[in-house]
Write a protein that binds this ligand. Structure first.
Ligand code: NAP
Length: 490
C-alpha cells in the first residue's frame, strides 16, 4: 500500500495555455489542489503569443472550444486569435483558476526522486517546490525558428518573427517583406495585402491551399446558440466537422485512397480555377503532394495574392541589407519592414527546462533521436509525468482541444491508480513504449507526411513525428490506458 494513500496528491501543471487550463479545470472538478506555473504574465499560450494580423484558427470555432464550455459568442465560423484569447480568459475566470496560477514563473528543471516518489520543480528564480504529479502542458509550436539569413541583423527597419509581432512596425502604405508560406505567412498575406504599399512574399516552397468557407454568425444566430446549446453541438459533432476530420485522417493514412484523391483534386482545382495569371499559377504550384506539408485552409489567400500590391518572389535570398533583401540573382527588394513567418522548433516541447527522471535519465538523452512519448502522453523512466499535446500526437490533424481532452481522460485514469493507493509512481514500461514507437514509426513513414516534402512534421531522421493512425484509432486509444503497458511502483 502506498505511503501516500490518504494524503492528497500534489500537482504541478506547467503552462497556462489551452491544455494547462484544461488540466486545472479537470483537477478542480475532482477537488484536487494544484499549482499552474506560467512563465508569462498572462494565460493563453499560443493565443497570447501570436497576435499577427489575420490570425485565425483553421478549426471551426465551435469545435475549438472545450466540450464542457460551449461559447455562443463566436463571431464567425472560424474565430480570430483575439476572440480565442478572450474565450480562454473568460473560462479561466468562470472556473476561478487564476488564483492557482503562478505568473512570471518559468520552470527550468524537474528532477525525479525515486525513493521519495516525487518531482522537485525548480523555477528560474531558484525557488524549488515538490510535487507528486507533473502535467506538462507547455505547448508544441512554441519556440520561434529564426531563419539563418546572412545580414538579417543589419536590417535597418523592424525585422521580427510572427510570434513576436511588433505593433510599431510600418505596415500601412509601407514596403513590407514577408518570408514564409506556412499557415502563418498565408494568413498574414490575406490580412495585410490591402494595407501595404507593396508586399514581397518570399516563397521558398509553394503550398497547396484547401478552399474552405468562412462566414459571420449573425446576432440572431448567436442568440439561438445562447438559448439552445444543442445547436452548438450540432455544429461541433456535424458531418461538416467530425466527418471532415475522419475523412482527413483516412486520407493521410491511406494516401492512394479516395479521400486523399478528393483533397488533391480540391486543392488542384482551387489553384487552377482561382489564379488567372499563368506565371503566378506556376509559381504557386507545389511539386509535392497535397497535405504533405501541413495543409493550408483558406478562403481568401488566392484573392489576396492576386492583388497587384503583392509580388511572390521565388528566387533564392542571398542576404539582407540595411535597406532590404538582396536575391541571389542580384535583384534588390527595398523594404521598410521584414516579417519572419518561418515557423517554430517543433521538437522542443517542455525544453529548455531540464527534465531528469529515474536513475538520472534526462529528457534530452531519452529524446536524442526524436521526441517521443507513449501514446503521446507518458514516458518510460519518467514516472508521474504526463504530457498534453506531447510528441507523436495528432497535432495538426484536428482540434488540439479535442486531442487534449481525450488525453486528459487517459491521464486521469493513470492518476487514479495513485489516488487509489495502488502505488506511488506510474510509468509505461520501456518494452511497451518500444513496441508502440516501432509500430508508430512504421505507420508514420507511409502517411502523406512522409511522401516527399520538407516540413515541421519530420523529425531529424525524416520520420513524420505525428500520430499516424485514424481519428477513431486515437479516440479508442485514449478511452482507457492498457494497464499491462504500465508499471506501478510503491
Ligand atoms: P511553417 O508551417 O513551419 O512554415 C514556415 C515557412 O517558412 C515555410 O514556408 C518555410 O519554407 C519558410 N522558411 C523557413 N525558413 C526559411 C528560410 N530560411 N528562407 C525562406 N523561407 C523559409 O510555420 P507557420 O506558418 O508558422 O505554421 C506552423 C504551424 O502552426 C502550422 O503548420 C499550423 O499547424 C500552425 N498554425 C495553425 C494556424 C491555424 O489556423 N490553426 C495558423 C498558423 C499556424 P519551406 O516550406 O521551404 O521550408
Amino acid at each position: 500500500m502506498s505511503a501516500k494513500q490518504g494524503t492528497a496528491l500534489r500537482y504541478a501543471i506547467v503552462g497556462a495555455g489551452m491544455a494547462g487550463i484544461l488540466a486545472a479545470i479537470k483537477l478542480r472538478e475532482k477537488g484536487e489542489a494544484f499549482t499552474v506555473f506560467e512563465k508569462a504574465e498572462r494565460i493563453g499560450g499560443t493565443w497570447r503569443e501570436n497576435r499577427y494580423p489575420g490570425l485565425t484558427c483553421d478549426v471551426p470555432a465551435h469545435a475549438y472550444t472545450y466540450s464542457f464550455e460551449p461559447y455562443p459568442e463566436w463571431q464567425a465560423y472560424y474565430a480570430t486569435g483575439g476572440e480565442i484569447q478572450t474565450y480562454f480568459e473568460k473560462v479561466v475566470d468562470k472556473y476561478a483558476i487564476r488564483p492557482a496560477i503562478r505568473f512570471g514563473a518559468e520552470v527550468t528543471a524537474l528532477d525525479w526522486d525515486d525513493a521519495a516518489a516525487e518531482w522537485t520543480l525548480t523555477l528560474a528564480s531558484g525557488e524549488r517546490q515538490v510535487f507528486d504529479v507533473v502535467i506538462a502542458a507547455s505547448g508544441v509550436l512554441h519556440h520561434p525558428r529564426m531563419p539563418e539569413i546572412p545580414g538579417l541583423d543589419s536590417f535597418a527597419g523592424p525585422a521580427f518573427h510572427t510570434a513576436r509581432w511588433d505593433d510599431t512596425a510600418p505596415i500601412d502604405d509601407a514596403k513590407v517583406g514577408l518570408i514564409g508560406c506556412g499557415s502563418t505567412g498565408i494568413q498574414i498575406v490575406t490580412a495585410i495585402n490591402t494595407r501595404v504599399a507593396n508586399l514581397v512574399h518570399f516563397q521558398r516552397s509553394p503550398q497547396w491551399i484547401m478552399p474552405v468557407p468562412q462566414f459571420a454568425y449573425t446576432e440572431e444566430e448567436r442568440a439561438a446558440f445562447r438559448a439552445d446549446p444543442a445547436l452548438i453541438d450540432a455544429i461541433r459533432f456535424s458531418d461538416e466537422y467530425i466527418g471532415n476530420v475522419r475523412r482527413f485522417t483516412d486520407a493521410i493514412t491511406d494516401i492512394d485512397g479516395p479521400q486523399m484523391k478528393m483533397i488533391e483534386e480540391a486543392c488542384l482545382q482551387n489553384l487552377e480555377n482561382s489564379i488567372k495569371d499563368p506565371v503566378l499559377k506556376e509559381k504557386l504550384r507545389p511539386t509535392y503532394r497535397a497535405a504533405c506539408k501541413r495543409l493550408i485552409y483558406s478562403w481568401s489567400y488566392y484573392d489576396a495574392v492576386q492583388n497587384p500590391a503583392v509580388f511572390v518572389e521565388t528566387g533564392r535570398i542571398a542576404h539582407v541589407e540595411p535597406g532590404g533583401v538582396r536575391m541571389a540573382d542580384g535583384t534588390f527588394h527595398e523594404l521598410d519592414t521584414l516579417i519572419l513567418a518561418t515557423g517554430f522548433q517543433a521538437d522542443r516541447f517542455i525544453r529548455p527546462a531540464g527534465v531528469t527522471g529515474r536513475d538520472g535519465a534526462t529528457l534530452d538523452t531519452f529524446w536524442a533521436r526524436r521526441p517521443t512519448a507513449h501514446y503521446a502522453v507518458t514516458l518510460p523512466g519518467f514516472p508521474n509525468f504526463f504530457m498534453l499535446n506531447g510528441p507523436t500526437g495528432p497535432v495538426g490533424n484536428f482540434s488540439l482541444i479535442d486531442i487534449a481532452e481525450r488525453q486528459w481522460d487517459y491521464i486521469d485514469q493513470l492518476i487514479d491508480l495513485l489516488r487509489r493507493g495502488e502505488g506511488r509512481a506510474v510509468a509505461p514500461t520501456a518494452a511497451a513504449h518500444a513496441d508502440y514507437e516501432e509500430r508508430r514509426i512504421a505507420a508514420a513513414r507511409t502517411t502523406i507526411f512522409g511522401s516527399g516534402c520538407s516540413s515541421w512534421y519530420l523529425d531529424g531522421e525524416g520520420v513524420p513525428a505525428s500520430w499516424p493512425w485514424s481519428y477513431d484509432a486515437f479516440d479508442e486509444a485514449m478511452r482507457q490506458p492498457k494497464l499491462e503497458q504500465y508499471a506501478v511502483t510503491a
